[in-house]
Design a protein around this ligand. Sequence first.
Ligand code: C5P
Length: 408
Amino acid sequence: MLNGKRILLIVAGGIAAFKSQELIRLLRKRGAAVRCVLTEAGAEFVTPLSLQALTEDRVYSDMFSLTDESEMGHIQLSRDADLLVVAPATANLLARMAAGLADDLASTVLLATDKPVLAAPAMNVRMWTHAATAANVATLRGRGVAFVGPNEGVMACNEFGPGRMSEPEEIVAAIEALLAKGRPLAGKRALVTSGPTREAIDPVRYISNHSSGKQGHAIATALACLGAEVTLVSGPVAIADPPGLKVVKVESADEMLAACLQPGAVDVAVCAAAVADWKAARPASAKLKKKPGAAPPSLELAPNPDILATLSKAGPKRPKLVVGFAAETENLVANAVDKRRRKGCDWIVANDVSPAAGTFGGERNTVHLVSAGGVEEWPTLAKEEVAARLADRIADHLGRPRPAAAAE
Ligand code: C5P
C-alpha cells in the first residue's frame, strides 16, 4: 500500500502518456496522493483536464506562468513529494536530465530535487538502443535514478523490440519497491578506493597504470545513493568527483594507505583502486638527467603496502565487510578465489581486463562475485549497474532495515 505517500508524476510527450492515466488511478487506489507535471509535448497526448480530474489536484506545466509559479514553485513541487516518477520518460527528457538542463518545468523540478526519482522509459526501439540514450541512462543510473522497463513488444510505430513503457501495474510495483527500499545504508560508513596510484621515480616521472577510476567512483556513488556516508580515496583520475561525498585525493600507494586508515572504523571497505604493486626504492629528489654516452639508469623497485590486505586484517577496527577487486587477463575465477584467501577479504569482484573485454577506460564491465558462499557470474553491465548491484548486495549483507520500518 502507498497510504499517505506523495507522488509527483511527470508526464512527458509520448504515445504511452495515455497509460499514465491508469497509473494515477492505481496509485490513488493504493492511497497515494498524485500531483502531475505535464510537459508541453505531453499535453499533445493527454489533456491537463483529464489529469486534473484523475488526481483531483491542479496540473502544473508552465515554468513562467504567474499562477503556477506564484502558487507552487518548482522547488516546492519537489519538496512536497516523497518520490518523483517520470512516466513516460522520453529519450528527449532523459537526455535533458542527463545534461542537467532546466528549460521547462519538468526538467527544472528534476534538476532541483533531492528526492528519489523513478523513470519509466518509452520510445522507439532504435531510440532506446541508440548509444546516446544508453549513455544517458548509464549517467542517470550512476546518479541514483531508478528505472522500470522498458518492455519488449510491438510498438505504436509497428517496430518490435524494447521501448514500450512498462504497464501501470509494473510501475506501481517498482514505486512500492523503491519506497520500501528507502536508504538501507543510512547510518553506515563506507570507504572506497578508486583509480590508479602514481609512484614517483623523480619529480617529473612516475610508474602508473591505465585505471580510469570509473568503476570505483560509481561504487562510491551507488553506496551514497543508498544512504551510506562515503569516503572516496582516489588516485589521479580524469573524471569528476562524485557530488555529495568526501573525496580524498592521493598520488602514491603509501598516501592511499594513510588516507584509508584516517576515517576510523567503517562498516564496509571496497578496494577498487589499481594500486601499483611496486614503487621506486629510492625516488630521486631532482630530475634524473640524461648524460651523453652514459647507460640508462637502472630502477630498483620496492613493494608497495597492500591496502586491501591491511584493511582485511582481523582486529576491532576491521570493517564488517571488505571487498577487493581482481583484475585478471586469464584464469579469472581461479585467480580470484585464490586472491580472496590470500588477502583475507570477504568478497572479490573479479573482472576481465584482457584487451578484448575493453574494461580499462570502457563503460561496461563483466564481473564474477567471489565470496565464501561460491562464485556468481554477473552479465556484462554498465559500470554504474555493476556498482548499483554491488551496493545492493552490500546493503543486504550489512542488514537492511525491515521494509515495514523503512517505509515509515
Ligand atoms: O594483488 P592485486 O593487485 O591483484 O589485488 C587487487 C586487489 O587488491 C584490488 O582490490 C586492489 O585495490 C587491492 N590492492 C591494494 N593494495 C595493493 C595492491 C592491490 O589494496 N598494493
